[in-house]
Design a protein around this ligand. Structure first.
Ligand SMILES: Cc1cc2nc3c(=O)[nH]c(=O)nc-3n(C[C@H](O)[C@H](O)[C@H](O)COP(=O)(O)OP(=O)(O)OC[C@H]3O[C@@H](n4cnc5c(N)ncnc54)[C@H](O)[C@@H]3O)c2cc1C
Length: 311
């Protein structure tokens, strides 16, 4: 039986594992195998340089940062399984964690399996998914099909602007479709979008359908939500930047969640409604959604699990 199992390998899971490993708890980590379409290491593996993570005055690539965290996790005595957890049973003691290689029993559990990008469910979305429609500009933006083309980003937050800016490296023009007449993004990011001549912003605009030739996307149907006017525009790529959905499906009916599916933790702690089960990072954070916050809550979860094991 394990002392502690950590589910997830983003900044929250890695930090929890590092602390627990160094506390000699000999934790077992499930890092995921393209869980929810995201590589082990989590969401930071889908971005380029990070300039706000302390300790890297010149920035650090998301991949490199997560690689270094993983290396530190291993050096801290953590066993890592490159598998996705399929099921948990939390009404038994010890808890059970099921993956492709079997069922594992554990005294404590840290859930740090993050969040994934939201989709719109628009007409044509399934047909053209990965045929010009993507939720990750950084992963897909450099593909030849997008070079010197007109691309569209949907969303009005920091991620949307970040993705639009990134795409200007490859695209001829990037149009941002924004449902309201303001961005949700920070002022700094907004300024970057307004001052980039390659970025066009269409306010009060929503996606009405995705059209293509069967093999790839060619047009979008868009609607002005003030006038209801429909328009068809030529595009080669569509990138969703619509926020994230926490990976909490398998905890439904077992752990307390809010109305959008984020795990609920007790104030100033990572404790869930089940003693011995802790949640850290974006899976329980709909407010900050930042790597350093995820890492911080991973540290809290490990310290709380350690205390729980001593009781
Ligand atoms: C494009 C982009 C740019 C960003 N830029 C920044 C930035 O500059 N600075 C910053 O601070 N933050 C940034 N963020 C936010 C940051 O990435 C997240 O806040 C952070 O990664 C959350 O960490 P986490 O550990 O909670 O989860 P995640 O990073 O979401 O990692 C969760 C991991 O768990 C795995 N997993 C999921 N389900 C299972 C399962 N069932 N079994 C096993 N494993 C599973 C997933 O595959 C994933 O690897 C960015 C996010 C995005 C999308």
């Amino acid at each position: 039986m394990e002392n502690l199992i950590v589910i997830g390998s983003g900044p929250a899971g890695q930090t929890a594992a590092i602390y627990a490993g160094q506390a000699n708890l000999k934790p077992l980590m499930f890092e995921g195998l393209m869980a929810g379409g995201i590589a082990a290491g989590g969401q930071l593996t889908t971005t380029t340089d990070i300039h706000n993570f302390p300790g890297f005055p010149d920035g650090v690539s998301g991949l490199e940062l997560m690689f270094k965290m993983r290396e530190q996790t291993l050096k801290s005595g953590v066993k890592i399984l490159t598998e996705t957890v399929e099921k948990v049973e939390l009404d038994v003691n010890p808890f059970r964690v099921v993956s492709s290689s079997g069922t594992y029993e554990t005294k404590t559990l840290i859930i740090a399996n993050g969040a994934i990008a939201q989709r719109l469910g628009a007409k044509g979305e399934d047909q053209y998914w990965q045929k010009g429609v993507s939720a990750c500009a950084v992963c897909d933006g450099g593909l030849p099909i997008f070079r010197n083309q007109h691309l569209v980003v949907i969303g009005g937050g920091d991620t949307a602007i970040e993705e639009a800016l990134y795409l200007t490296k490859f695209a001829r023009k990037v149009t941002m479709l924004v449902r309201r007449n303001v961005f949700r993004a920070s002022k700094t990011m907004q300024a970057k979008a307004f001052h980039n001549a390659q970025i066009e912003i269409m306010w009060h605009t929503e996606l009405a359908g995705i059209l293509g030739d069967g093999k790839k996307i060619t047009h979008l149907k868009i609607r002005n939500n003030q006038t209801n006017k429909l328009e068809t525009i030529d595009v080669a790529g569509l990138f969703y930047a619509l926020g994230h959905k926490p990976n909490t499906e398998m905890f439904k009916g077992q752990l307390e969640m809010d109305e959008t599916g984020y795990l609920v933790t007790k104030p100033n702690s990572t404790m869930t409604n089940i003693p011995g089960v802790f949640a850290a990072g974006d899976v329980q954070d709909h407010v900050y959604r930042q790597a350093i916050v995820a890492a911080g809550s991973g540290c809290m979860a490990a310290l709380e699990a350690e205390r729980y094991l001593q009781i």
